[in-house]
Design a protein around this ligand. Structure first.
Ligand SMILES: C[S@@+](CC[C@H](N)C(=O)[O-])C[C@H]1O[C@@H](n2cnc3c(N)ncnc32)[C@H](O)[C@@H]1O
Length: 225
């Protein structure tokens, strides 16, 4: 199954050995070896069911000699230096942070981390900046109303932006052709948070002000592009 989201991720890979964490149906590893973007892939999942589905797909495409399946959580089934590229995609940003924290020696030994968080992108960027990673590049894919972020990182030193706004909307994405769609997504996200805060029984006046300001700045930016 090829989608713009998966195509975006795959387009950044060109290596000998890649690891796909949380492979599910094995779309990424099969595409990587079939298109010769990776010679070999280690595909992992925390659940047996997805690995069985991946196995069927790999056999159907005749690439079982180039894809190794491993059962286990996060980066635990991978040894440090075993792969150049690590893909962690289609999961929540918080879970990706947790996987990187628990598998730090493996993550830091890789040349490149391709991270595609489905939410909490700001939390993931903050984690990367505060745990010795640099963000090399960011990209966006759009499928209908869905907007997907890709964050490419590696071990290195980087300065975290002081302004929280740039953790939500990094300046490197401002010229991107899908930046207007990303702004729309952030407006929807901040509106939803404000709605929830407004309904809460305990008053959250500071948080409400914080998100109102973030929302206002997104609108301001929208007016400038
Ligand atoms: C929504 S799918 C994403 C599949 C694929 N990576 C993609 O981008 O389309 C999430 C997969 O991650 C797996 N998963 C969840 N937590 C995990 C963890 N801690 N370690 C490894 N895999 C995990 C789930 O079992 C599921 O197969």
């Amino acid at each position: 199954m090829q989608t713009d989201r998966l195509d975006m991720i795959i387009s950044y890979i060109n290596c000998d050995v890649a690891a796909d964490i949380g492979t599910d149906h094995g779309y990424i590893p099969v595409e990587l070896v079939c298109s010769q973007r990776a010679k070999r892939v280690i595909a992992t999942d925390v659940r047996r069911g997805p690995l069985d589905a991946a196995k069927r797909r790999i056999e159907k495409h005749g690439c079982a000699d180039r894809i190794e399946l491993r059962l286990g959580s996060g980066l635990l089934p991978i040894g440090p230096g075993e792969c150049e590229t690590i893909i962690i995609s289609g999961m929540g940003g918080e879970l990706i942070c947790d996987i990187l924290a628990r598998g730090e020696s493996v993550a830091k030994a890789a040349d490149c981390l391709l991270l595609q968080p489905m939410n909490s992108q700001d939390m993931l960027r903050k984690f990367l900046y505060t745990h010795g990673y640099e963000i090399i590049k960011e990209d966006i894919a759009v499928e209908g109303f869905k907007v997907y972020n890709l964050i490419i990182a590696r071990s290195g030193k980087a300065v975290m932006p002081e302004d929280e706004f740039f953790l939500h909307l990094p300046q490197s994405l401002y010229g991107h052709r899908y930046f207007p769609q990303l702004l729309e997504k952030k407006k929807r996200e901040f509106s939803k948070i404000l709605n929830g805060l407004g309904k809460a029984k305990i008053p959250h006046s500071k948080e409400i002000e914080r998100y109102k300001e973030l929302y206002r700045r997104v609108c301001e930016l929208e007016g400038k592009i």
